[in-house]
Ligand binder design. Sequence first.
Ligand code: DX5
Ligand code: ZN
Length: 217
Amino acid sequence: MKNPIIAPSLLAADFGNLQRDCEMVNASAADWFHIDIMDGVFVPNISFGMPVLKAIQKHAKKPLDVHLMIVDPDRYTETFASLGAEILTVHYEACTHLHRSLQNIRANGMKTGVALNPHTPVGVLEDLLPEIDLVCLMSVNPGFGGQSFIERTYSKVKQLKQMIVEQKTQTKIEIDGGVTSANAAQLVAAGADALVAGSFVFGSDDPKATIEALKKI
Ligand code: DX5
Ligand code: ZN
């Protein structure tokens, strides 16, 4: 089994010690920094915005995987490009003209990501797969860390993987929400390429060792 890309979610980091937590991720086996931006409208929570991302960018030495849980994300495509986002993920449910949103993201030099809420079937992306570098399957309802994993996700991963194989695209599958060592192996076996983990990493006694363990599942 291929080692998954590990993307610790800084939502669960200690915001009073962000530099320390960024340096821990730099020194770990993690591949990306997962950055959750919430606006209190698309999701019932507000996380942090541009100034905090700027502070993270100063210390992070790995790609920034930015997950926008905001309405009308097109307004900020250029801003997130200038803040160093390597992947910019928007929600299918928040974009009326998703194809155009993705074109804008690529035109600004970033990789495209599309996140799907748990209730959204993967089939809605069938006509867009060649435009998508990363599909982020939400395995919890977006808005909060520390929720429990929705089991139905496994079959969504398999279905999406099949679509990717059929269309021969390079699209990666990322799983976001409730990822732990109890479900990581089964997710990768089903076809997941990247695992986001927030509370499982930052809530553990040794976050660096936890990242390493996830990487080696
Ligand atoms: C949820 C966020 C997740 C969250 C995951 O809306 O998109 O990235 O930080 O946290 P855990 O791993 O604690 O479920
Ligand atoms: Zn996320």
